[in-house]
Ligand binder design. Structure first.
Ligand SMILES: Nc1ncnc2c1ncn2[C@@H]1O[C@H](COP(=O)(O)OP(=O)(O)OP(=O)(O)O)[C@@H](O)[C@H]1O
Length: 329
């Protein structure tokens, strides 16, 4: 059974369509990362999953059951949600956790062990009696996570949970997410801008672009207009294989981009740009290059290719890719 099944979802704010999702399934026992640029719709989707916002159209099934208007208290107990900018009520962290347990109708004898467990997970046992109003940004975030997990929900929703955390607590939360999702019947959904972090800890990811779910990679994502198989980003013109006048985005898989130190001769690749190499980074056994050609392109090459090309930061390089390597949507 899936944790969520969304169908024909639309969310509008005035004239703006913030979400337009025909179908999305989030499986149980998985951690899913929601990825997307600022304004892509991640928080809006999180709010739908937490049932604190209703879509303008569409249907959401929670653990196989269609949710109509409001959640039953049993269903509410299944979900723990931490918003992007959480707030705690006046009183200590412990008071906040107690209140969450009361609101979720958790039997009183379980309060103490549940609170102790949640505080240990987020490493806040020593601060449990501190007034919530005096917590630092990172402590507040961790306290809010404790409040979401204290009643042991099946589903944990975390909107940008890593912001404000230092390296030690980022690492700790990454572990918490992984351990939570491994427990029987549990599900985690978290949003992040960090694609590498998502790849490292999540079982899968949902890529959002302007409110729509896409399978296109979120690297090399550009916005603009398409006219006669040419996509104009305002900075460069990219040849595409499809004529889609309504399309507003393109994305190019970084592995489809050929890097050379001279313009490639005798190639059928329609897209060729000259640029300056501005970043060289190692990524899971490969090398990721960032090249500024008016738009910034990421390209992935092997360490052997990097050595052969003897590339250095600041070098002028050529990028070539086929029109068919461009996803247009
Ligand atoms: N209450 C609102 N009224 C009007 N527009 C809104 C409202 N909430 C969100 N939006 C718009 O909807 C779109 C999606 O916003 P959302 O907050 O879901 O994006 P996001 O992916 O979470 O962004 P970020 O990474 O910046 O947090 C944006 O264009 C945003 O400006």
């Amino acid at each position: 059974m899936s944790a969520y099944q969304l169908n024909d979802i639309e969310v509008r704010y005035g004239q703006t369509k913030a979400l337009d999702i025909s179908s999305l399934e989030l499986a149980t026992n998985q951690s899913t990362a929601l990825l997307g640029e600022n304004g892509a719709g991640k928080s809006t989707l999180m709010h739908l999953l937490a049932f604190i916002q209703k879509p303008n159209a569409g249907q959401i099934h929670l653990q196989g059951e269609a949710v109509k208007d409001t959640l039953s208290s049993q269903q509410r107990q299944k979900i723990g949600f931490v918003s992007q900018q959480p707030y705690l009520l006046t009183g200590s962290i412990r008071d906040n956790l107690k209140l969450a347990l009361k609101l979720q109708h958790i039997p009183r004898h379980l309060h103490q062990p549940f609170i102790d467990e949640a505080l240990t997970i987020v490493n806040l046992t020593d601060l449990s009696d501190q007034d919530a109003a005096t917590l630092s940004g990172g402590e507040l975030k961790r306290a809010a996570i404790a409040r979401a997990i204290v009643y042991q929900p099946d589903i944990l929703l975390l909107d940008e949970p890593f912001s404000h955390l230092d390296q030690r607590h980022i690492h700790q939360l990454e572990k918490t997410i992984q351990l939570f999702a491994q427990k029987s019947g549990k599900t985690v959904v978290f949003s992040t801008h960090d694609r590498l972090q998502a790849m490292a800890i999540a079982d899968n990811s949902v890529n959002l672009v302007s409110g729509r779910v896409t399978s296109a990679p979120l690297l090399n994502l550009y916005h603009g207009h398409c006219h006669q198989q040419q996509f104009n980003t305002g900075q460069i013109v990219v040849h595409v294989a499809e004529n889609k006048p309504e399309a507003r985005h393109i994305a190019i898989d970084p592995r489809e981009i050929i890097i050379s130190d001279q313009p490639l001769e005798h190639t059928s690749m329609l897209n060729r740009f000259q640029g300056r190499l501005i970043q060289i980074a190692e990524e899971t056994g490969h090398i990721r290059l960032l090249v500024d050609c008016g738009e910034r392109f990421h390209a992935i090459i092997t360490p052997t290719s990097l050595n052969k090309l003897a590339l250095q930061l600041g070098d002028t390089v050529w990028l070539s890719f086929k029109a068919s390597a461009v996803s247009v949507f």
